[in-house]
Ligand binder design. Structure first.
Ligand SMILES: Cc1ncc(COP(=O)(O)O)c(C=O)c1O
Length: 480
């Protein structure tokens, strides 16, 4: 049998227990049943078993007691589009059969990985709001959801103003343009961040200058910022990495003393708090991303927040081709099209309605990771500081020990992947990537980058799956 089918096809003479075991392995919530001639004769979902148990079957009963004999299967060579046209997105996994009725493959709408690192959760008004956009024709960047998303997000962060953008990178670029950052200027950014932080600086013509990280936040080290300031420095971009707030008081104090702007890159930290204030709302500008893997998503999308009316006015103009808001098609500046669509904002609004629930679930995930990994000597857990609330966009740990040609971290990621558990290495330090390469050593950023790992953290990850990840990790660490 095709190895993809091994975990989803079961013989008719097996019992309910065997089905549950298979569903646990395949994480698809379904099995396809074949008769003694190897032909498909039924389908069982986890829901069928739940209903069966409520009706007093036992797990030792024959699987035929819960099997659906009426099911949907498609013939070989039916295209995926045709399948979706015929049956819609009602079924998550559909068997593909040959002319003999034997299962040869199946279509699955699920992600391939059993335990992915992240995935969005749509449990609210997403479809309703998007449908409203389509039904009313408001699909581009005008429409009620853009304004609604901006005002509700500003309120959530505690900022006066918010401007929605096409993504987080454009929000960062817009922020720097609105501040007048230009060629010849320098902007200090952490070496350990996603490359978009540095690229946004480069787009303005200015130079990103890389600062080191510190162990107690994994974020930009205020001492390193001080060391990097020159007379060309115009701004600092602290990044709240993986949902962990940076030391904003120290950073704001350095900025004030040196007359610099602070743009918080809170792309990964919706709802995280620094001394009781939401991050993104502390610097002169805060920037967020709503990419599909973020705490709340709009598919692609970004947001710029500020308390400064002039920065906000300039951002909105630059976002819309530099067009004068009072005079149509009169362009005072060379601007950009960085607008968010009403469709994106519709999803964003629905997601924002559930953010408190999402963050609570994130805290539960962290608690499970903490409990399961407590006492494991070979890892450093994420920093915990009394003055901050880390929202754990991605729960992350750092492996102790030396990072050789193939570090413990890299071997463990490979082995977890073999077990269908997706983990990711930390970002590469940007000053070691080709476009920004330098010989400089930024010790802490490089250490964290070489040894850090992001672990599955999606909002509805089952507690058992978190435990499964931890047990596998512990097992692998024992072998290393
Ligand atoms: C720290 C950081 N900054 C900026 C961005 C850019 O956001 P986007 O992908 O929405 O352009 C990301 C995205 O992942 C990020 O992690």
């Amino acid at each position: 049998m095709n190895s993809k089918l091994e975990n989803i096809v079961i013989a008719e003479d097996r019992n309910v227990y065997d089905v549950l075991e298979l569903i646990d392995k395949n994480a698809k919530g379904v099995v396809f049943v074949v008769d003694k001639d190897n032909k498909i004769c039924g389908v069982i979902t986890d829901g069928d078993i739940r209903r069966g148990l409520l009706n007093n079957i036992t797990i030792n009963d024959k699987l035929t007691t819960v099997m659906n004999r009426s099911f949907v299967a498609v013939q070989e060579n039916t295209s995926f589009d045709e399948v979706m046209e015929r049956i819609g997105y009602k079924y998550k996994s559909i068997p593909i059969v040959n002319s003999e009725g034997e299962i040869v493959d199946y279509y699955s709408l699920d992600l391939d990985c059993n335990i992915p690192i992240s995935k969005p959760l749509f449990i609210g008004n997403e479809l309703k709001y998007v449908t409203e956009c389509i039904a009313t024709n408001w699909i581009s960047s005008k429409g009620k959801f853009v304004n609604m998303f901006e005002s509700k997000f500003a309120e959530y962060i505690g900022s006066e103003y918010a401007a929605a953008t096409s993504n987080g990178t454009t929000a960062l670029h817009l922020a720097l343009e609105a501040l007048g950052i230009k060629a010849g200027d320098e902007v200090i950014v952490p070496a350990l961040t996603f490359i978009a932080t540095a690229n946004a600086v480069t787009y303005t013509g200015a130079k990103p200058v890389f600062a080191d990280s510190e162990m107690d936040t994994w974020n930009i080290d205020p001492k390193s910022i001080e060391a990097k300031i020159t007379d060309k420095t115009k701004a600092i971009i602290p990044v709240h990495i993986y949902g962990q707030p940076a030391k904003m008081d120290e950073i704001m104090e350095i900025a004030k003393r040196n007359n610099l702007y602070v743009v918080e890159d809170a792309a990964e930290a919706h709802g995280a708090e620094y001394k009781g204030k939401k991050v993104g709302g502390i610097g002169h500008i805060g920037v967020f991303s709503f990419y599909g893997n973020k705490i709340i998503t709009s598919g692609e999308g970004g947001m710029l927040v500020t308390n400064d009316a002039e920065i906000f006015r300039k951002s909105k103009i630059l976002r819309d081709h530099g067009m004068n808001p009072e005079k149509k098609y009169w362009h005072d500046y060379i601007g950009f099209n960085y607008r968010m669509t009403n469709l994106q904002a519709a999803v964003g609004c629905a997601q924002l309605e559930n953010i408190d629930y999402f963050l609570k679930k994130k805290q539960d995930i962290v608690e499970t990771y903490k409990q399961c990994l407590s006492g494991v000597q070979k890892i450093t857990p994420p920093p915990e500081n009394s003055w901050s609330i880390n929202v754990s966009w991605l729960y992350s740990v750092v492996f102790k020990g030396k990072s050789g040609a193939k570090s413990i971290r890299d071997r463990i990621i490979e082995r977890l992947e073999e077990g269908n558990i997706e983990c990711r290495p930390f970002f590469y330090p940007i000053h070691k990537l080709p476009p920004y390469f330098s010989e400089e050593i930024l010790e802490t950023a490089e250490y964290l980058s070489a040894n850090g790992i992001n672990m599955p953290s999606y909002i509805d990850i089952e507690t058992d799956n978190v435990k499964k990840v931890c047990n596998k990790l512990k097992e692998l660490l024992d072998e290393c």
